[in-house]
Design a protein around this ligand. Structure first.
Ligand code: TRP
Length: 443
Protein backbone atom coordinates (compact mmCIF):
# COMPACT_ATOMS: atom_id res chain seq x y z
CA UNK A 1 0.00 0.00 0.00
CA UNK A 2 2.75 2.44 0.95
CA UNK A 3 4.24 2.10 -2.47
CA UNK A 4 1.00 3.25 -4.13
CA UNK A 5 1.37 6.47 -2.17
CA UNK A 6 4.97 6.83 -3.25
CA UNK A 7 4.11 6.23 -6.90
CA UNK A 8 1.02 8.41 -6.80
CA UNK A 9 3.18 11.09 -5.16
CA UNK A 10 5.56 10.92 -8.09
CA UNK A 11 2.74 10.89 -10.60
CA UNK A 12 0.73 13.74 -9.12
CA UNK A 13 2.41 17.01 -9.88
CA UNK A 14 2.44 19.90 -12.28
CA UNK A 15 1.46 17.42 -14.97
CA UNK A 16 -2.01 17.17 -13.47
CA UNK A 17 -2.59 20.73 -12.36
CA UNK A 18 -0.68 22.79 -14.88
CA UNK A 19 -0.24 20.65 -17.98
CA UNK A 20 -3.46 18.65 -18.20
CA UNK A 21 -5.91 21.58 -18.33
CA UNK A 22 -4.01 23.52 -20.95
CA UNK A 23 -3.27 20.54 -23.20
CA UNK A 24 -6.95 19.58 -22.94
CA UNK A 25 -7.92 23.14 -23.81
CA UNK A 26 -5.66 23.15 -26.85
CA UNK A 27 -6.65 19.75 -28.17
CA UNK A 28 -10.34 19.14 -28.10
CA UNK A 29 -11.81 19.69 -24.61
CA UNK A 30 -14.29 16.97 -23.70
CA UNK A 31 -13.25 14.83 -26.69
CA UNK A 32 -9.69 15.02 -25.40
CA UNK A 33 -10.84 13.84 -21.99
CA UNK A 34 -12.37 10.68 -23.44
CA UNK A 35 -9.34 9.88 -25.58
CA UNK A 36 -7.09 10.56 -22.58
CA UNK A 37 -9.00 8.12 -20.38
CA UNK A 38 -8.95 5.47 -23.12
CA UNK A 39 -5.23 6.00 -23.75
CA UNK A 40 -4.49 5.72 -20.05
CA UNK A 41 -6.37 2.46 -19.62
CA UNK A 42 -5.32 0.76 -22.85
CA UNK A 43 -1.78 2.01 -23.39
CA UNK A 44 -0.30 3.73 -20.34
CA UNK A 45 -1.54 1.25 -17.77
CA UNK A 46 0.08 -1.76 -19.54
CA UNK A 47 3.34 0.19 -19.86
CA UNK A 48 3.10 1.05 -16.17
CA UNK A 49 2.70 -2.65 -15.29
CA UNK A 50 5.64 -3.43 -17.61
CA UNK A 51 7.88 -0.85 -15.93
CA UNK A 52 7.06 -2.07 -12.43
CA UNK A 53 7.65 -5.65 -13.56
CA UNK A 54 11.11 -4.80 -14.93
CA UNK A 55 11.99 -2.90 -11.77
CA UNK A 56 10.85 -5.54 -9.33
CA UNK A 57 12.27 -8.47 -11.30
CA UNK A 58 15.69 -6.85 -11.71
CA UNK A 59 15.83 -5.04 -8.35
CA UNK A 60 17.75 -2.32 -10.16
CA UNK A 61 17.12 1.31 -10.85
CA UNK A 62 16.36 2.37 -14.39
CA UNK A 63 19.91 2.60 -15.71
CA UNK A 64 20.82 -1.05 -15.27
CA UNK A 65 17.41 -2.71 -14.99
CA UNK A 66 16.84 -4.01 -18.50
CA UNK A 67 20.50 -4.91 -18.97
CA UNK A 68 20.36 -6.94 -15.75
CA UNK A 69 17.52 -9.07 -17.11
CA UNK A 70 18.89 -9.49 -20.60
CA UNK A 71 22.42 -8.91 -21.74
CA UNK A 72 23.06 -6.90 -24.85
CA UNK A 73 24.28 -3.46 -25.70
CA UNK A 74 20.90 -2.25 -26.83
CA UNK A 75 19.40 -2.64 -23.34
CA UNK A 76 22.25 -0.59 -21.95
CA UNK A 77 21.38 2.14 -24.44
CA UNK A 78 17.75 1.95 -23.33
CA UNK A 79 19.02 2.36 -19.76
CA UNK A 80 21.08 5.38 -20.74
CA UNK A 81 17.99 6.87 -22.35
CA UNK A 82 16.21 6.59 -19.04
CA UNK A 83 18.89 8.75 -17.43
CA UNK A 84 18.81 11.32 -20.19
CA UNK A 85 15.03 11.78 -20.48
CA UNK A 86 14.31 12.96 -16.92
CA UNK A 87 17.15 15.48 -17.17
CA UNK A 88 15.72 16.78 -20.40
CA UNK A 89 12.34 17.23 -18.72
CA UNK A 90 13.96 18.85 -15.69
CA UNK A 91 15.14 21.76 -17.86
CA UNK A 92 11.65 23.06 -18.43
CA UNK A 93 9.83 21.51 -15.47
CA UNK A 94 11.85 23.80 -13.24
CA UNK A 95 10.74 26.80 -15.29
CA UNK A 96 7.15 26.06 -14.31
CA UNK A 97 8.34 25.42 -10.76
CA UNK A 98 9.71 28.98 -10.93
CA UNK A 99 6.35 30.32 -12.08
CA UNK A 100 4.73 28.61 -9.09
CA UNK A 101 7.28 30.20 -6.78
CA UNK A 102 6.59 33.62 -8.25
CA UNK A 103 2.85 33.13 -7.83
CA UNK A 104 3.35 32.13 -4.23
CA UNK A 105 5.01 35.51 -3.68
CA UNK A 106 2.20 37.20 -5.55
CA UNK A 107 -0.39 35.51 -3.35
CA UNK A 108 1.48 36.32 -0.15
CA UNK A 109 1.50 39.97 -1.18
CA UNK A 110 -2.23 39.83 -2.02
CA UNK A 111 -1.81 40.73 -5.66
CA UNK A 112 -4.85 38.80 -6.83
CA UNK A 113 -7.46 40.51 -4.71
CA UNK A 114 -10.19 42.40 -6.59
CA UNK A 115 -8.69 42.13 -10.01
CA UNK A 116 -10.72 41.89 -13.18
CA UNK A 117 -10.11 39.01 -15.52
CA UNK A 118 -8.05 41.32 -17.78
CA UNK A 119 -5.94 42.37 -14.83
CA UNK A 120 -5.09 38.84 -13.69
CA UNK A 121 -4.26 37.87 -17.28
CA UNK A 122 -2.13 40.99 -17.52
CA UNK A 123 -0.35 40.11 -14.30
CA UNK A 124 0.73 36.79 -15.76
CA UNK A 125 1.46 38.35 -19.15
CA UNK A 126 3.82 40.96 -17.81
CA UNK A 127 5.56 38.41 -15.61
CA UNK A 128 6.09 35.94 -18.40
CA UNK A 129 7.26 38.39 -21.02
CA UNK A 130 9.76 40.03 -18.71
CA UNK A 131 13.31 38.81 -19.02
CA UNK A 132 14.70 38.47 -15.54
CA UNK A 133 11.86 37.67 -13.17
CA UNK A 134 11.01 34.23 -14.62
CA UNK A 135 14.71 33.36 -14.99
CA UNK A 136 15.50 34.27 -11.40
CA UNK A 137 12.51 32.29 -10.17
CA UNK A 138 13.44 29.27 -12.31
CA UNK A 139 17.03 29.29 -11.04
CA UNK A 140 15.90 29.88 -7.45
CA UNK A 141 13.48 26.96 -7.63
CA UNK A 142 16.08 24.67 -9.19
CA UNK A 143 18.71 25.79 -6.69
CA UNK A 144 16.45 24.89 -3.77
CA UNK A 145 15.87 21.42 -5.22
CA UNK A 146 19.58 21.03 -5.96
CA UNK A 147 20.54 22.02 -2.43
CA UNK A 148 18.12 19.45 -1.04
CA UNK A 149 19.54 16.74 -3.31
CA UNK A 150 23.15 17.72 -2.63
CA UNK A 151 22.57 17.39 1.10
CA UNK A 152 20.82 14.05 0.54
CA UNK A 153 17.84 15.09 2.64
CA UNK A 154 15.17 14.51 0.08
CA UNK A 155 13.21 12.30 2.45
CA UNK A 156 12.36 15.47 4.37
CA UNK A 157 10.60 17.06 1.44
CA UNK A 158 8.94 13.76 0.58
CA UNK A 159 7.46 13.61 4.05
CA UNK A 160 6.31 17.18 3.65
CA UNK A 161 4.62 16.40 0.35
CA UNK A 162 2.71 13.54 1.95
CA UNK A 163 0.78 16.21 3.80
CA UNK A 164 0.53 18.72 1.01
CA UNK A 165 -0.98 16.34 -1.57
CA UNK A 166 -4.12 15.76 0.54
CA UNK A 167 -4.23 19.50 1.20
CA UNK A 168 -4.08 20.11 -2.53
CA UNK A 169 -6.90 17.63 -3.01
CA UNK A 170 -9.12 19.41 -0.51
CA UNK A 171 -8.31 22.82 -1.99
CA UNK A 172 -9.15 21.64 -5.47
CA UNK A 173 -12.51 20.33 -4.28
CA UNK A 174 -13.18 23.66 -2.56
CA UNK A 175 -12.27 25.46 -5.78
CA UNK A 176 -14.59 23.25 -7.85
CA UNK A 177 -17.51 23.98 -5.55
CA UNK A 178 -16.68 27.66 -5.45
CA UNK A 179 -16.11 28.08 -9.17
CA UNK A 180 -19.49 26.48 -9.86
CA UNK A 181 -21.03 29.57 -8.27
CA UNK A 182 -19.35 31.98 -10.68
CA UNK A 183 -21.63 33.34 -13.40
CA UNK A 184 -20.89 31.63 -16.72
CA UNK A 185 -19.04 28.74 -15.14
CA UNK A 186 -21.49 26.10 -16.34
CA UNK A 187 -20.09 26.48 -19.84
CA UNK A 188 -16.81 25.29 -18.39
CA UNK A 189 -18.32 22.12 -16.97
CA UNK A 190 -20.09 21.54 -20.28
CA UNK A 191 -16.85 22.10 -22.15
CA UNK A 192 -15.24 19.41 -20.06
CA UNK A 193 -17.97 16.85 -19.64
CA UNK A 194 -20.26 17.08 -22.67
CA UNK A 195 -18.45 15.20 -25.45
CA UNK A 196 -18.10 17.13 -28.68
CA UNK A 197 -16.52 14.78 -31.16
CA UNK A 198 -16.26 17.43 -33.85
CA UNK A 199 -13.24 18.64 -31.84
CA UNK A 200 -11.48 15.35 -32.35
CA UNK A 201 -8.48 15.16 -34.67
CA UNK A 202 -5.22 13.28 -34.98
CA UNK A 203 -3.55 15.75 -32.62
CA UNK A 204 -6.03 14.84 -29.89
CA UNK A 205 -4.70 11.27 -29.89
CA UNK A 206 -1.07 12.30 -30.03
CA UNK A 207 -1.34 14.78 -27.18
CA UNK A 208 -3.64 12.62 -25.07
CA UNK A 209 -1.11 9.80 -25.01
CA UNK A 210 1.81 12.15 -24.43
CA UNK A 211 -0.07 13.74 -21.52
CA UNK A 212 -0.99 10.39 -20.07
CA UNK A 213 2.63 9.19 -20.14
CA UNK A 214 3.89 12.45 -18.71
CA UNK A 215 1.37 12.49 -15.93
CA UNK A 216 2.04 8.91 -14.89
CA UNK A 217 5.82 9.50 -14.97
CA UNK A 218 6.17 6.78 -17.61
CA UNK A 219 8.81 6.32 -20.24
CA UNK A 220 11.71 7.64 -18.23
CA UNK A 221 12.64 4.92 -15.82
CA UNK A 222 11.06 6.56 -12.77
CA UNK A 223 8.50 3.81 -12.38
CA UNK A 224 11.13 1.13 -13.06
CA UNK A 225 13.07 2.52 -10.13
CA UNK A 226 9.99 2.64 -7.91
CA UNK A 227 9.18 -0.87 -9.11
CA UNK A 228 12.45 -2.08 -7.65
CA UNK A 229 11.16 -1.05 -4.21
CA UNK A 230 7.82 -2.84 -4.60
CA UNK A 231 7.62 -5.76 -2.19
CA UNK A 232 7.42 -9.27 -3.59
CA UNK A 233 4.06 -9.89 -1.99
CA UNK A 234 2.47 -6.81 -3.51
CA UNK A 235 0.06 -7.17 -6.45
CA UNK A 236 1.58 -5.25 -9.37
CA UNK A 237 -1.65 -4.97 -11.35
CA UNK A 238 -3.61 -3.64 -8.38
CA UNK A 239 -0.84 -1.16 -7.54
CA UNK A 240 -0.75 0.08 -11.12
CA UNK A 241 -4.51 0.45 -11.39
CA UNK A 242 -4.56 2.34 -8.08
CA UNK A 243 -1.90 4.77 -9.25
CA UNK A 244 -3.48 5.28 -12.66
CA UNK A 245 -6.88 6.01 -11.17
CA UNK A 246 -5.65 8.44 -8.55
CA UNK A 247 -3.57 10.25 -11.14
CA UNK A 248 -6.51 10.53 -13.55
CA UNK A 249 -8.81 11.63 -10.79
CA UNK A 250 -6.45 14.42 -9.80
CA UNK A 251 -6.15 15.62 -13.38
CA UNK A 252 -9.90 15.58 -13.99
CA UNK A 253 -10.59 17.39 -10.72
CA UNK A 254 -8.00 20.00 -11.62
CA UNK A 255 -9.77 20.44 -14.94
CA UNK A 256 -13.08 20.83 -13.14
CA UNK A 257 -11.63 23.50 -10.88
CA UNK A 258 -10.01 25.44 -13.69
CA UNK A 259 -12.25 25.24 -16.78
CA UNK A 260 -15.34 26.78 -15.14
CA UNK A 261 -13.18 29.71 -14.03
CA UNK A 262 -11.72 30.00 -17.53
CA UNK A 263 -15.22 30.37 -18.95
CA UNK A 264 -16.48 32.60 -16.17
CA UNK A 265 -13.54 34.93 -16.78
CA UNK A 266 -14.07 34.89 -20.54
CA UNK A 267 -10.63 33.42 -21.15
CA UNK A 268 -9.66 31.07 -23.98
CA UNK A 269 -9.37 27.38 -22.98
CA UNK A 270 -6.65 27.04 -25.62
CA UNK A 271 -4.57 29.88 -24.19
CA UNK A 272 -1.54 27.65 -23.62
CA UNK A 273 0.85 27.01 -20.73
CA UNK A 274 -0.31 30.10 -18.81
CA UNK A 275 -3.89 28.85 -18.46
CA UNK A 276 -3.69 27.80 -14.81
CA UNK A 277 -1.70 30.87 -13.87
CA UNK A 278 -4.44 33.12 -15.24
CA UNK A 279 -7.59 31.24 -14.26
CA UNK A 280 -6.67 30.27 -10.70
CA UNK A 281 -5.82 33.85 -9.67
CA UNK A 282 -9.17 34.86 -11.12
CA UNK A 283 -10.83 32.42 -8.71
CA UNK A 284 -8.90 33.97 -5.83
CA UNK A 285 -9.71 37.44 -7.03
CA UNK A 286 -13.47 36.90 -7.04
CA UNK A 287 -13.21 35.04 -3.74
CA UNK A 288 -11.43 38.10 -2.38
CA UNK A 289 -14.51 40.21 -3.03
CA UNK A 290 -16.35 38.02 -0.52
CA UNK A 291 -13.58 37.53 2.00
CA UNK A 292 -10.05 38.81 1.41
CA UNK A 293 -8.64 36.76 4.26
CA UNK A 294 -10.17 33.50 3.06
CA UNK A 295 -9.00 34.21 -0.47
CA UNK A 296 -5.41 34.90 0.58
CA UNK A 297 -5.37 31.84 2.77
CA UNK A 298 -6.60 29.54 -0.01
CA UNK A 299 -4.23 31.15 -2.52
CA UNK A 300 -1.16 30.79 -0.31
CA UNK A 301 -2.02 27.21 0.62
CA UNK A 302 -2.69 26.38 -3.01
CA UNK A 303 0.67 27.64 -4.24
CA UNK A 304 2.56 26.08 -1.32
CA UNK A 305 0.97 22.74 -2.17
CA UNK A 306 1.75 23.14 -5.87
CA UNK A 307 5.33 24.08 -5.04
CA UNK A 308 5.75 21.04 -2.84
CA UNK A 309 4.39 18.78 -5.58
CA UNK A 310 6.64 20.45 -8.12
CA UNK A 311 9.68 20.22 -5.86
CA UNK A 312 9.27 16.50 -5.16
CA UNK A 313 8.92 15.83 -8.89
CA UNK A 314 11.88 18.03 -9.68
CA UNK A 315 14.00 16.31 -7.07
CA UNK A 316 13.17 12.84 -8.38
CA UNK A 317 13.88 13.90 -11.94
CA UNK A 318 17.26 15.28 -10.93
CA UNK A 319 18.03 12.35 -8.63
CA UNK A 320 18.16 9.98 -11.62
CA UNK A 321 21.07 11.93 -13.07
CA UNK A 322 22.76 12.48 -9.72
CA UNK A 323 22.77 8.79 -8.83
CA UNK A 324 24.11 7.96 -12.28
CA UNK A 325 27.07 10.32 -11.84
CA UNK A 326 27.69 9.14 -8.29
CA UNK A 327 27.43 5.41 -8.97
CA UNK A 328 28.94 5.18 -12.42
CA UNK A 329 31.19 8.20 -12.77
CA UNK A 330 32.58 8.37 -9.26
CA UNK A 331 31.45 11.94 -8.58
CA UNK A 332 30.46 13.26 -5.18
CA UNK A 333 26.76 13.91 -4.64
CA UNK A 334 27.35 17.58 -4.22
CA UNK A 335 29.35 17.95 -7.40
CA UNK A 336 26.90 15.88 -9.45
CA UNK A 337 23.91 17.86 -8.19
CA UNK A 338 25.45 21.25 -8.97
CA UNK A 339 26.78 20.07 -12.33
CA UNK A 340 23.22 19.19 -13.31
CA UNK A 341 22.04 22.50 -11.91
CA UNK A 342 24.44 24.25 -14.28
CA UNK A 343 23.46 22.23 -17.35
CA UNK A 344 19.69 22.00 -16.86
CA UNK A 345 19.51 25.47 -15.36
CA UNK A 346 21.10 27.01 -18.48
CA UNK A 347 18.88 25.12 -20.88
CA UNK A 348 15.92 26.12 -18.74
CA UNK A 349 16.89 29.78 -19.11
CA UNK A 350 16.49 29.40 -22.87
CA UNK A 351 13.07 27.78 -22.36
CA UNK A 352 12.08 30.59 -20.02
CA UNK A 353 13.14 33.27 -22.50
CA UNK A 354 11.01 31.68 -25.19
CA UNK A 355 7.95 33.37 -23.66
CA UNK A 356 9.60 36.78 -23.77
CA UNK A 357 12.59 38.01 -25.76
CA UNK A 358 12.97 34.73 -27.67
CA UNK A 359 9.28 34.28 -28.46
CA UNK A 360 10.00 34.94 -32.12
CA UNK A 361 12.25 31.87 -32.35
CA UNK A 362 9.90 29.16 -33.56
CA UNK A 363 9.94 25.95 -35.54
CA UNK A 364 6.75 24.62 -37.12
CA UNK A 365 4.80 27.13 -35.04
CA UNK A 366 6.28 26.03 -31.70
CA UNK A 367 8.49 28.19 -29.51
CA UNK A 368 11.53 26.73 -27.74
CA UNK A 369 9.56 25.79 -24.63
CA UNK A 370 6.89 24.02 -26.68
CA UNK A 371 9.57 22.21 -28.65
CA UNK A 372 11.20 20.91 -25.46
CA UNK A 373 7.86 19.83 -24.09
CA UNK A 374 6.74 18.25 -27.36
CA UNK A 375 10.00 16.41 -27.90
CA UNK A 376 9.99 15.09 -24.33
CA UNK A 377 6.36 14.02 -24.02
CA UNK A 378 5.46 13.05 -27.54
CA UNK A 379 8.76 11.62 -28.71
CA UNK A 380 11.12 10.59 -25.91
CA UNK A 381 8.56 9.20 -23.45
CA UNK A 382 6.79 7.25 -26.16
CA UNK A 383 10.10 5.85 -27.41
CA UNK A 384 11.10 4.45 -24.05
CA UNK A 385 7.53 3.32 -23.31
CA UNK A 386 7.53 1.39 -26.56
CA UNK A 387 10.89 -0.21 -25.75
CA UNK A 388 9.66 -1.23 -22.29
CA UNK A 389 6.49 -2.84 -23.63
CA UNK A 390 8.45 -4.73 -26.31
CA UNK A 391 10.98 -5.81 -23.70
CA UNK A 392 8.37 -7.32 -21.41
CA UNK A 393 6.24 -8.65 -24.28
CA UNK A 394 8.92 -10.16 -26.49
CA UNK A 395 12.29 -10.30 -24.76
CA UNK A 396 11.36 -11.55 -21.30
CA UNK A 397 10.00 -15.08 -21.10
CA UNK A 398 6.25 -15.26 -20.63
CA UNK A 399 6.69 -17.55 -17.57
CA UNK A 400 8.91 -14.98 -15.94
CA UNK A 401 6.47 -12.17 -16.59
CA UNK A 402 3.65 -14.33 -15.32
CA UNK A 403 5.62 -15.31 -12.24
CA UNK A 404 6.26 -11.65 -11.45
CA UNK A 405 2.79 -10.32 -12.15
CA UNK A 406 0.92 -13.13 -10.43
CA UNK A 407 3.45 -13.47 -7.58
CA UNK A 408 4.13 -17.05 -8.60
CA UNK A 409 0.44 -17.73 -9.22
CA UNK A 410 -0.66 -16.76 -5.74
CA UNK A 411 -2.50 -13.49 -6.27
CA UNK A 412 -5.75 -12.51 -7.92
CA UNK A 413 -4.08 -11.37 -11.14
CA UNK A 414 -3.80 -14.99 -12.34
CA UNK A 415 -5.97 -16.56 -15.04
CA UNK A 416 -7.80 -14.27 -17.44
CA UNK A 417 -6.61 -11.09 -15.75
CA UNK A 418 -3.01 -11.98 -16.50
CA UNK A 419 -3.84 -12.94 -20.08
CA UNK A 420 -5.59 -9.62 -20.70
CA UNK A 421 -2.75 -7.62 -19.15
CA UNK A 422 -0.17 -9.60 -21.09
CA UNK A 423 -2.04 -9.11 -24.35
CA UNK A 424 -2.22 -5.37 -23.70
CA UNK A 425 1.51 -5.22 -22.97
CA UNK A 426 2.58 -7.40 -25.87
CA UNK A 427 0.30 -6.21 -28.66
CA UNK A 428 -1.99 -3.31 -27.88
CA UNK A 429 0.59 -1.02 -26.23
CA UNK A 430 3.44 -1.38 -28.75
CA UNK A 431 1.16 -1.10 -31.78
CA UNK A 432 -0.85 1.78 -30.31
CA UNK A 433 2.25 3.68 -29.20
CA UNK A 434 4.00 3.14 -32.52
CA UNK A 435 0.95 4.34 -34.44
CA UNK A 436 0.69 7.49 -32.35
CA UNK A 437 4.45 8.06 -32.47
CA UNK A 438 4.41 8.01 -36.27
CA UNK A 439 1.32 10.24 -36.37
CA UNK A 440 3.35 12.89 -34.52
CA UNK A 441 5.42 13.47 -37.59
CA UNK A 442 2.56 13.43 -40.06
CA UNK A 443 0.42 16.17 -38.56
N1 TRP B 1 4.28 12.91 -13.41
C1 TRP B 1 4.79 14.13 -12.88
C2 TRP B 1 3.71 15.20 -12.98
O1 TRP B 1 2.60 14.91 -13.31
C3 TRP B 1 6.01 14.61 -13.56
C4 TRP B 1 7.03 13.58 -13.69
C5 TRP B 1 7.37 13.02 -14.81
C6 TRP B 1 7.81 12.98 -12.68
N2 TRP B 1 8.35 12.09 -14.57
C7 TRP B 1 8.62 12.05 -13.29
C8 TRP B 1 7.87 13.10 -11.35
C9 TRP B 1 9.50 11.28 -12.59
C10 TRP B 1 8.75 12.33 -10.62
C11 TRP B 1 9.55 11.41 -11.23
O2 TRP B 1 3.97 16.33 -12.73
Amino acid sequence: MAVIFAMAGSAIGLGNIWRFPYILGEHGGSAFLIVYIAATLLLSLPVFVAEVTIGRRSRRSAYGAMAALESGRRWKIAGALSVFIPLFILCYYSVIGGWSLDFLFKSVTNQFIRQTSEEVTGLFGSFITSTWEPIIMHLAFLAICTAIIAKGVKSGIEKFSKYTIPVLFVLIVVMIVYSATLPGSMDGFRYLLDPDFSQLDAKTFVYALGQSFYSMSLGMGAIVTYGSYVKKKENIVATSVGTAISDMLFAILAGMAIMPAVFAAGMEPGAGPGLVFCSVPYIFSTMGAISPILSSLVAVLFFVAILAAAATSCISLQEVGVSYFVEHRGMTRKKAAWLLFAICGSLGVVCSLSFGPLSGVTLVGKNIFDLFDWFASNVLLLTLGFIVAVFVGFVMKKEDVKDEITNGGTNRATGWIFEVVYFLIKWVAPIGILGIFVTNFLI
